[in-house]
Design a protein around this ligand. Structure first.
Ligand code: GLU
Length: 256
């Protein structure tokens, strides 16, 4: 199975912006094991700006573009250093790909990107993709890694895209505000009723929220890739997802 796993900033880092060591160690172990079982895994990782914010000792996620891009430049190094170290413990080789929207919108560049990705998978590596935040300006920004991960899943014809988030999935109402809110296990179509359930992002460190996840779901549903939103706080959930068990919210064309 070919699977794309998107790791959000809130999964990787504490709210201080510093690395959640226990979480990331667990995650790299489980992903390594899933790969050892014969699956192809691509990671889309956020966290560059969040970790750069922590490492530079900034009080909050920067709002101006130069500081954001500077934080991303610092945080991306830190991120890849950690992935290289942790996946290396399980004998896996990581590869970094940083892209902007131009790399997917321009046919030649998109082909180059897809070919490189295919070769990296043939070579047995774990490609780790992020937006090239240090150069992404308004004109060429994808903007959030939920969309980026869906574009990647579409490009590589992935079987599944898993979005690891700080929430269990899509609820009938905001579970922080409404105790009667229930998790929706399976969705076949992202229509207006579903879109109306998405609140605004409330994470201090990341970019996406439920809106971007639903946009990602639309891309996945259009190309026959199942997409699952699940909580990143329990990396073992990934095993259940590989076994086709219902965890979080699954967006699929298949009627269950
Ligand atoms: N590319 C951003 C980063 O690495 C994150 C985007 C997102 O959170 O969706 O910090």
């Amino acid at each position: 199975m070919r699977i794309v796993i998107k790791i959000g900033t809130s999964t990787l880092a504490h709210s201080s912006g510093h690395l959640n060591i226990r979480r990331v160690e667990e995650l790299c172990k489980v992903i390594s094991d899933i790969k050892n079982a014969g699956n192809q895994v691509i990671v889309v990782s956020s966290g560059a700006i969040g970790m750069g914010t922590g490492k530079l000792g900034l009080q909050e996620r920067p709002k101006d573009i130069p500081t954001k891009q500077a934080a991303a430049a610092v945080g991306q190094c830190e991120l890849m250093y950690i992935y290289d170290k942790l996946f290396g413990e399980y004998n896996h080789i990581v590869a970094q790909l940083l892209i902007t929207s131009e790399d997917v919108e321009n046919d030649v560049r998109h082909t180059n990107f897809s070919n490189t990705l295919a070769r990296l998978m043939e070579l047995g590596t774990i490609p780790i993709i992020n937006e090239n935040d240090t150069v992404a300006t308004k004109e060429i920004v994808i903007g959030d890694n939920d969309t980026l991960a869906a574009i990647v899943a579409q490009s590589v014809k992935a079987d599944k895209l898993v979005l690891l988030s700080d929430i269990d999935g899509l609820y009938t109402a905001d579970p922080h505000l409404d105790p009667s809110a229930t998790l929706i296990p399976c969705i076949n179509k992202v229509d207006d009723a579903i879109l109306s359930l998405a609140g605004v992002s409330n994470s201090n460190l990341g970019t996406g929220g439920m809106v971007t996840k639903l946009e990602a779901a639309k891309i996945c549903l259009s190309c026959g890739c199942d997409m699952i939103i699940t909580n990143g706080d329990n990396p073992n959930n990934l095993y259940a997802i590989m076994d086709g068990k219902s965890i979080g919210t699954t967006f699929t064309e298949k009627k269950v």
